[in-house]
Design a protein around this ligand. Structure first.
Ligand SMILES: O=C[C@H](O)[C@H](O)COP(=O)(O)O
Ligand SMILES: C=C(OP(=O)(O)O)C(=O)O
Ligand SMILES: [Mn+2]
Length: 449
């Protein structure tokens, strides 16, 4: 295999390289048909929007803005109703408002939304009561239901992924530009949270300050229209390369390739092999790109990733999403940040405090402790403070619904509560109140920084 081969029969350099975590599609003819159809579909996003996000992330890399990236671990086809999308968006916007005020910097808002349908897994199979079946790999590949039939990878699902992404993005665009996301409304939701929940009451002082700031702007005659719309971007893990390749198009303005399935895509911890297809793919598209970095990442790997994906050292092009675990971040992160900074690269550093802190409760539920999540973010801020670098943002798995998937938080969820509303198809998400709790606590950290 050569990394630099310019093309292969399918057309793109990455298509001739080994790709980890791809489904074993049993029906290759059906796969080819699905890909051909996807290739004929219109883009979900415009290349110029991807450029805009890259510029916003450039400001994050320079320390002038903060990134809030969040949403489901795995979106599901049967969870794209208006209520679920609205609740998720509402939660992210509320978090964004708190962080904007406390940090006094723009918050770049990016959803794990409208495309987050594919999951890398640690095991190829799952066994329940002595029955072993292929593992669930996300709604884009197979069904969550534990039956032989549901678990067969079906390429028709790639088309449903496109359709579900399109309708989700359509509603998100409507909400964010049509007046629903008005900052004054978002602030009123935050006031509700502060008033009506025990965990919210701790943040009364901050909410009052925001209220005063809004009244002040009002009194100064700031045009209320300014508050009406909000910029919001989509992102997902670029995992299933047949899908991402079919949605990768040449931009007529520049001749560059863009993956028009979302504004930003990231490469996961399990697929970031330097000689693999995913990194080659990431290096060829002009979208802003993220790469997850777990605790085994060496500085040499990080530097090679920069050379591959960001050879021109363009702030905003590359985001490193570190997911070390609360017990490792203070040990592992400093060396990476130091070496990357010394190389002259200006990457965005983002903390994913979820994926290094997963454990299985006695009940069998995969869960995370709110305190571990918070402690990893704290460690992230400490390391950057010590090194004089910018803690660029957080990347979290969350939902706007009152699920019981992570333990702890101000409105505490106990291990015994997990079964009550455990709805995730993959990893445990912070619920609405845990997400807001986190935003207020991170806001305090950002301020102290
Ligand atoms: O976000 C996803 C999960 O962390 C990943 O799919 C691994 O989960 P698993 O260990 O249950 O396979
Ligand atoms: C699989 C994920 O993360 P990671 O690649 O960091 O394990 C994820 O973000 O859902
Ligand atoms: Mn996950």
């Amino acid at each position: 295999m050569t990394v630099n081969a310019e093309t292969h029969a399918g057309g793109h350099t990455w298509q001739s390289l080994p790709a980890a975590q791809q489904p074993d599609w049993p029906d290759q003819a059906a796969l080819r048909d699905a890909i051909a159809e996807l290739e004929s579909y219109p883009p979900l996003v415009f290349a110029g929007e991807c450029d805009a996000l890259r510029h916003r992330l450039g400001a994050v890399a320079r320390g002038e803005a903060f990134l809030l990236q969040g949403g489901d671990c795995a979106e599901a086809f049967d969870a794209v109703g208006a209520d679920q999308i609205r609740n998720k968006l509402k939660t992210l916007l509320q978090m964004g408002a708190v962080l904007t005020y406390a940090g006094s910097v723009p918050v770049v808002k990016v959803g794990r939304i409208a495309g987050q349908y594919s999951k890398p897994r640690s095991k190829p199979t799952e066994t329940r009561d002595g029955v072993t079946l292929p593992t669930y790999r996300g709604d884009s590949v197979n069904g969550f239901e534990f039956t032989e039939e549901a678990r067969i990878p079906d390429p028709q699902r790639l088309k449903r992924m496109y359709q579900a992404s399109a309708s989700t993005l359509n509603l998100v665009r409507a909400f964010t530009t049509g007046g629903y996301a008005d900052l004054r409304q978002v602030h009123a939701w935050n006031q509700d949270f502060v008033k009506s929940s025990p965990s919210g009451q701790r943040y009364e002082a901050l909410a009052r300050e925001i209220d005063r700031a809004l009244n002040f702007m009002n009194a100064c005659g700031v045009d209320p229209e300014e508050f009406k719309t909000v910029e919001f971007f989509s992102s997902h893990e670029a995992l299933i390369l047949d899908y991402e390749s079919a949605l990768t198009r040449t931009d007529s303005r520049t001749g560059d390739l863009y993956d028009v399935s979302g504004h930003m895509v990231w490469i996961g911890e399990r697929t970031r092999q330097l000689d693999g297809a995913h990194i080659e793919f990431a290096s060829k598209i002009r979208n802003p790109v993220g790469v997850k970095l777990g605790p085994t990442t060496t500085p040499e790997e990080a530097l090679t990733l920069i050379d591959r994906i960001d050879p021109n050292r363009e702030p905003g092009r590359l985001t490193f999403i570190t997911r070390m675990g609360a017990d490792k971040i203070r040990d592992k992160l400093p060396n990476l940040v130091e070496k990357v900074t010394a190389s002259g690269a200006q990457v965005v550093w983002v903390c994913d405090p979820m994926h290094g802190n997963t454990f299985e409760a006695a009940s069998g539920h995969k869960t995370r402790r709110f305190d571990d999540v918070l402690d990893e973010v704290k460690g992230f801020f400490e390391v950057h403070k010590e090194l004089g670098t910018h803690p660029g943002g957080i990347h979290v798995e969350l939902t706007g619904d009152d699920v019981t998937e992570c333990v702890g938080g101000g409105d505490e969820i106990f291990v015994d509560d997990l079964h009550q509303r455990y709805e995730t198809a993959c990893d445990p998400r912070l619920n609405r109140s845990q997400s807001l709790d986190l935003a207020f606590l991170v806001a305090e950290m950002y301020r102290d920084q």
